[in-house]
Design a binder for this molecule. Structure first.
Ligand code: ATP
Ligand code: MG
Length: 488
């Protein structure tokens, strides 16, 4: 139907030289000597398949078939088809090419090739199988040859590779053009989003020396909730109740953590505690939050265009949302001078606002905030900035990815005031590592520091939640070997 050279319905869609055969050798894997067990045979077949994926011949054949296909089809016509019909059309033509070019391959190999080529033409090429998996947190492509993924908190290398950097660059371009952006030598850095909401960053040569780098934070199809975090061991049931109360009684919360430690996920979970009649405004660089409330306005920053114009910064968004009658303001990530505007909003009746920030401890989070405000050009003495911080932030929740790959909430900490020039913090719940099991997994526990009446007790009283809070705090207490509660 879309063969450029098709003249009638029955004419061949491509001109090929039937004598030019492209033999495809099976991979250099020796056949097993004895009849294998069914399970072992399946594993072996999988291994052969994986090794075949790597083989140079496979890529050679794929390139030959792919080029013949591109010569044959009219891509603009193909783009007008429904994805399923387009896939069918490509499959028909590729099967024909394989036959005409006398490519020697098994049915399974042919299926794999068909799938790969469909993904290249219609989707995100070699990334498709990775995008289809829901257990992957991050996909990190470092040039055409190397792709890493993060699964279960651990980074591992995959066998995925692209034909060359040009193919990778085309896929990057396809991704970013969906959100109306462009990536090339003149604008080599670009943030984008996949249609499913996954966050994407591309940095291309000449900035990326070894070829285009593509980083994807995969969007979880099933939104995580605080209950899931308890199931994963990231939180104890008592710590979960305390976080729920903190969210519900409108404390201003800062979620602090290193890169990929689970800040955005935790922020998302905590917004689950917000009442359904509140007006929430979210400000993000790349919209990742999935709030479930009915009254949510989502705002996203905008990078400058090619002429360097039209940029809308986080600061402008936060300032603007103050004019939108918000009841809560949620900032995806505080990283610059917007910190000042967020603190002011928190201070002036928008309590219950939340944000995340990159830092390794609650204490560091305070100094990061301070330096963000100073770098914003406000000529305020450090003590005034610290007073502003203590007047605005009620609770800092620290998320961390531990060395065994697990993600934990390691601190629920209150900001209680100032002593001289120093901001005073008070841990309520801490995660304590107690050891390591035989599989190298860290063991530990969330325990209370013995604070029976946190500073937000009054808020809890106002919302009628003190009983639940007292219960959660006392059940988080841990006794030492002598039966005395462990304090601080
Ligand atoms: N407690 C958890 N247990 C298991 N997986 C988690 C947990 N929290 C988050 N994740 C997963 O870890 C990945 C990173 O999470 P998230 O995007 O929340 O991190 P982040 O700290 O916001 O990262 P970044 O600094 O890049 O913005 C996601 O795939 C998420 O599903
Ligand atoms: Mg994040």
């Amino acid at each position: 139907m879309f063969g450029k050279r098709t003249t009638t319905g029955t004419a061949p869609r491509i001109a090929v030289n039937p004598t030019a055969s492209v033999p495809m050798k099976p991979a250099d894997v020796k056949a097993p000597q004895a009849a294998p067990e069914p399970k072992a045979a399946a594993a072996r077949a999988e291994q052969v398949q994986a090794e075949r994926r790597h083989s140079e011949e496979y890529y050679d054949v794929k390139t030959t078939v792919f080029n013949a296909l591109i010569d044959t089809i009219d891509l603009t016509q193909l783009a007008k088809l429904e994805p399923a019909a387009a896939r069918e059309e490509i499959r028909d033509i590729v099967s024909e090419i394989i036959q005409l070019k006398s490519v020697v391959m098994s049915i399974a190999e042919q299926e794999e090739l068909l799938e790969d080529i469909c993904n290249d033409v219609l989707g995100y090429g070699p990334l498709e199988p990775l995008l289809a998996r829901d257990d992957i947190a991050d996909i990190m492509v470092n040039g055409a040859e190397t792709t890493f993924i993060e699964v279960g908190g651990k980074v591992q290398k995959t066998s995925v590779r692209f034909a060359d950097n040009l193919q990778l660059m085309n896929i990057c371009q396809r991704i970013v053009s969906q959100v109306g952006r462009r990536v090339d030598e003149s604008s080599p850095i670009c943030d984008a989003r996949l249609p499913d909401g996954s966050r994407v960053n591309v940095i291309a040569p000449p900035l990326a020396i070894d070829g285009p780098c593509l980083t994807i934070r995969k969007f979880k199809k099933d939104r995580l909730r605080l209950d899931n975090l308890v199931k994963f061991g990231s939180l104890s049931p008592a710590a979960k109740t305390i976080l729920e109360i903190i969210g519900r009684v409108r404390c201003n919360v800062l979620i602090s953590g290193g890169t990929g430690s689970g800040k955005t996920t935790l922020l998302n979970c905590m917004t689950g505690c917000v009442d359904h009649d509140e007006r929430i405004i979210t400000c993000e660089d790349s919209a990742e939050l999935q709030l479930q409330q009915p009254h949510v306005v989502r705002l996203e920053t905008r990078p400058p265009n090619l002429e360097g114009e039209g940029e809308i910064t986080m600061r402008e968004l936060v300032k603007n949302c103050l004019r939108m009658r918000p009841e809560r303001i949620i900032v995806g990530e505080v990283r610059g001078p917007e910190a000042f505007d967020l603190l002011q909003a928190m201070n002036t009746g928008h309590d219950g606002s939340m944000g995340t920030l990159h830092s390794n401890s609650p204490r560091e989070a305070i100094s990061r905030l301070e330096s963000m405000i100073m770098m914003g050009g406000y000529a305020l003495p450090p003590k005034t900035i610290r007073e502003m911080i203590t007047g605005s932030i009620d609770v800092i929740v620290q998320a961390s990815r531990l060395r065994d790959g697990s993600r934990k909430i390691t601190h629920i900490t209150e900001v209680i005031g100032m002593e001289g020039d120093v901001v005073t913090l008070q841990d309520i719940i801490v995660y304590e590592i107690t050891g390591e099991d035989a599989n190298g997994k860290l063991t530990g526990r969330h325990r209370s520091t013995g604070i029976a009446r946190p500073r937000f007790w009054e808020r809890a009283e106002y919302y009628g939640d003190t009983e639940r809070l007292a219960q959660a705090l006392s059940s988080a207490e841990v006794n030492d070997a002598n039966g005395n509660p462990v304090r601080s």
